[in-house]
Design a protein around this ligand. Structure first.
Ligand code: NDP
Length: 264
């Protein structure tokens, strides 16, 4: 019996328990997946072992902490310095990051991308920039200030929004929290319009509502997706790690998708 959870703060909004529990049920596995609101004054490593978790997903704002407390890290986590999946075995913690591959899987139908623009420079931007670059895509990261640019090495182009000179990108990704609980665009509308008119694809990491960015994209002749499939796929890849599964990807995906649809 595996004891699993998603850990964050806040955490009540998380859809992960519905996804994972439905997959556990439909694949006939033994386990339970819950939510755990972590108090950041506690020691995450100690808590994980004390509570007896076998594996967990980690969400905001603890992905960097999850990376730090691990004994072993996958290549992706090591590059970006954050992890969203922890596997505990024999008093050791193994850290993984499935956000990047989850994103990549969710944009599979976006073909022939040569240049991408990522709006925002936080942890998610870093994960997405890295996976795009690994796939031969030229990446520019734009943000409202330059404080977070130091995390991007010089294989990426970085720019403040107002300093952007090139507006030709195949793919535009909103990785900011703008529009999550407010009516903000990630940057000035005029700049966005100059970018969207040339783009073929747009992606918004936010999935809980239609953001102003998403609404603006709909006015242009491009294919748009929100972050729901990214959530789904990062969950599928984490589930494979939790249960050490191979060749069950489609079954896990369908079960998780059904779990999401069961949500009211
Ligand atoms: P971070 O806090 O690390 O980074 C947020 C970035 O957004 C920063 O660059 C920040 O700018 C920028 N930003 C925030 N608010 C605004 C605003 N009002 N206008 C312009 N820029 C803004 O967050 P994460 O990277 O961890 O997460 C970002 C989003 O991605 C969240 O909404 C999260 O829910 C979503 N997400 C979705 C996933 C999915 O599966 N679909 C998975 C992971 C995350 P500055 O540097 O100036 O602070």
């Amino acid at each position: 019996m595996k004891f699993l959870a998603v850990i964050g703060n806040p955490i009540m909004h998380s859809k992960s328990p519905r996804m994972h529990n439905n997959a556990i049920k439909l694949l006939g596995l033994k386990g339970v997946y819950t939510r755990y609101c972590f108090n950041q004054n506690l020691n995450l490593r100690e808590e994980l072992f004390k509570l007896g978790f076998d594996a967990v997903n980690i969400t905001a704002p603890f992905k960097e902490k999850a990376y730090e407390i691990a004994d072993f890290r996958d290549k992706f986590s090591s590059y970006i310095g954050s992890s969203n999946t922890l596997y505990l075995k024999n008093n050791k913690i193994y850290a993984y990051n499935t956000d990047g591959i989850g994103f990549l899987e969710s944009i599979k139908e976006f073909k022939n991308i040569k240049k991408a623009l990522i709006l925002g420079a936080g942890g998610t931007a870093l994960a997405l920039a890295y996976i795009l670059k690994q796939n031969g895509i030229q990446v520019c990261v734009a943000n409202r200030n330059d404080k977070k640019f130091q995390r991007f090495d010089n294989s990426y182009q970085t720019s403040l929004y107002e300093n952007l000179e090139d507006f030709h990108f195949d793919l535009v990704v909103n990785s900011t929290s703008a529009g999550l609980i407010d009516e903000n665009l990630p940057c000035n509308k005029n700049i966005l319009e100059k970018i969207l008119v040339n783009a073929r694809f747009a992606f918004d990491v936010i999935y809980s509502r239609e953001t102003p960015f998403y609404k603006l994209c709909k006015k242009y002749d491009l294919k748009i997706k929100n972050g729901l499939e990214m959530l789904l796929w990062q969950g599928v890849f984490a589930f494979e790690i939790f249960f050490e599964l191979k060749n069950k990807r489609e079954e896990i995906k369908n079960a998780m998708l059904q779990g999401l649809k069961l949500l009211s």
